[in-house]
Design a protein around this ligand. Sequence first.
Ligand code: FAD
Length: 284
Amino acid sequence: MIPPNFDYVAPTTVEDAVAALAGAGEDAKVIAGGQSLMPVLRLRLSAPTVLIDLGRIEGLRGVRDDGDALVIGAMTTYYGLLGNPLISKHALLLADATRTVADPQIRHRGTLGGNVAHADPAGDLAAPVLALEATMTVAGPSGTRTVPASEFFVDLFTTALQSDEILTEIRIPKHTDWAAHYEKLHRVAQAWSIVAVAATVDVDQGTIRQARIALTNVAPVPVRARSVEEALIGQPAREDVIRAAAEHAAEGIDPMSDGNADADYRSHLSKVLTRRAVATAAGV
Ligand SMILES: Cc1cc2nc3c(=O)[nH]c(=O)nc-3n(C[C@H](O)[C@H](O)[C@H](O)COP(=O)(O)OP(=O)(O)OC[C@H]3O[C@@H](n4cnc5c(N)ncnc54)[C@H](O)[C@@H]3O)c2cc1C
């Protein structure tokens, strides 16, 4: 299908984009890589009257070292993340998950900001961003504000972004040289997660010093598996220890049932994929 008519603007600064969004009212939408929005428009599930393209705002692209954190521009593409040594050094989990997203064409167009702003529960980058304790920077008519990832994902396809706000940066505290793995179950290659687990661990001389784990697509929003983390911290990086800790993965979650998996299967997958994700990350 062909999308309904819309006006198109392509500002070159965040300030102009925010002004365009405020001026156009609730019927405007920003477009980043377009890899989720264009299908939505073509299916006529959304009919904005104005599209504000962020693609010409150079300041929204790239990764910079900001001392104890990396700051990633919202318009940084998946390929931009994958090719960046700062990401592999300080936020390996994000790179590992990004590698699993869709196909090469989509990875050239899709953006980190678009992925998390879209807030698809099956999207693969929300859980790593949550696990890595990122903070989102948001620009609106009254200036900028920051939102921790733990408060950013509000519900199915819903974030803390207001309709007149733009996500500009994702700030990720450095997890330097932490091992990481994103374990994703999907039915066919290049598809979204049925369930996935993002795990990153700091292992020192065979002991798990720190662990961060989050689950994809077991709830409307990504879920942090804190009881698994607590069961791992201070323990030897051994298969039996990881297996026992992973049994906590389904605690406190109330997974949904859909055509891909029912709730019981999702609970089961949470444990199995957590065990695999942590074991692979820890190299056992
Ligand atoms: C065939 C196919 C397979 C896919 N497989 C996967 C997969 O395996 N895993 C996965 O995670 N994703 C998958 N995707 C989705 C893809 O990753 C999208 O790129 C992503 O969901 C959205 O990023 P985008 O930059 O394309 O955003 P867009 O499509 O441009 O925008 C998505 C939404 O976010 C809003 N938005 C975008 N940027 C901002 C911003 N800076 N501030 C405020 N709002 C913003 C837009 O208004 C829109 O509502 C797939 C898509 C397709 C078409």
